[in-house]
Write a protein that binds this ligand. Structure first.
Ligand code: ADP
Length: 301
């Protein structure tokens, strides 16, 4: 219902903007016809109309963008609420069952495991939201050390395999990173960056997962991390937009996957703060995708 009214509002403002521009152009043409012999009013009129047209166009673009942003905020709030509510409801059910029934040790342990998974999910969502607001603030470079990036990626592969119960061949490293791939930064932040890419590759792949991770050093002072998956892929028009805060792709498949639209925003913000960047490549929907992160390398000759 809300989306329909937003779509209507967007259409209304675009139409209004177009009508106002058309009206101004008509007035401008009439002005030129009426004053074509008088240089001063003619030039002044043309300049004034140009300003009015530019103003109307800017105003319309701004309004439409605000409406879209509002829409994204709403769906973000819905997604976060859902991500918080589901594990809380599940935890409550576990506790109620544990309290009301006597159960054997094995069953009880299974319940505890389920509860731990729910708290991990809750913690994951809260950390994602906190991290997204943290990366927007200007960072201090306190706690920055030289981090062994190759080792960090190897450890994160293990964490992701464990978290998503993946077989080694489902998430694998294409090459064994050398010891000397060092980045100056905060290891916690770098781990979040890498884990977000792995989580996405898993989330947006179907049952048959084939995720390939590669670390390269294209130049002596650059590191390139790539994460390739054979999942849903990304339409060309969305390759840049997916890095925006709250942005979630509109395809039906993506909509089935839960998310907040913050993961890639965090990835790119962290990469840029370190003097690097992040981008995505995909041949289109259903064709898989590859995410690249470039980071400056600490290199000693
Ligand atoms: P979230 O996954 O929570 O929606 P992200 O910022 O991590 O937020 O991703 C933004 C959007 O980018 C996703 O909604 C999805 O449409 C798209 N996306 C991210 N990673 C992938 C991937 N590996 N394959 C296909 N689409 C992806």
């Amino acid at each position: 219902m809300k989306i329909t009214s937003r779509a209507k509002a967007t259409a209304f403002f675009i139409t209004l903007g177009a009508c106002l521009v058309a009206l101004t152009i008509t007035l401008n043409v009439s002005w030129i016809v009426l004053h074509w012999r008088e240089a001063v009013p003619l030039v002044l009129g043309i300049i004034l109309f140009a300003f009015i047209i530019a103003g109307v166009v800017i105003n319309t673009v701004f309004l439409v963008r605000e409406i879209r942003r509002n829409e994204q905020h709403d769906s973000f709030l819905n997604a976060v609420t859902h991500e918080l509510k589901t594990p809380i409801a599940s935890l409550r059910l576990y506790i109620e069952t544990l309290e009301s029934r006597h159960m054997d040790e094995t069953k009880r342990r299974e319940f505890y495991r389920g509860m731990l998974q729910d708290t991990d999910r809750l913690l994951g969502t809260v950390e994602q939201v906190l991290k997204a607001s943290e990366v927007r603030q200007r960072s201090t470079r306190r706690n920055w050390t030289e981090v062994n990036f190759g080792k960090l990626v190897l450890e994160t592969v293990e964490v992701a395999r464990e978290r998503h119960r993946l077989k080694p061949e489902e998430l694998h490293l294409e090459n064994a990173p050398g010891d000397e791939i060092l980045v100056r930064g905060n290891s916690e932040e770098l781990r979040t960056l890498v884990l977000n890419l792995f989580d996405n590759a898993v989330k947006y792949s179907d049952e048959r997962k084939d995720i390939a991770v590669e670390i390269k050093t294209p130049t002596l002072d650059t590191i390139s991390l790539s994460v390739h998956d054979n999942g849903t892929g990304i339409p060309k028009g969305e390759l840049k937009r997916i890095f925006r805060r709250f942005f979630r792709a509109h395809s039906a498949k993506t909509k089935q996957v839960k998310g907040t639209g913050l993961g890639l925003f965090i990835v790119r913000s962290v990469a840029r703060r370190y003097g690097g960047d992040a981008y995505a490549e995909s041949a289109g929907e259903g064709q898989g995708s590859t995410f690249f992160v470039r980071l400056p390398r600490v290199y000693r000759a």
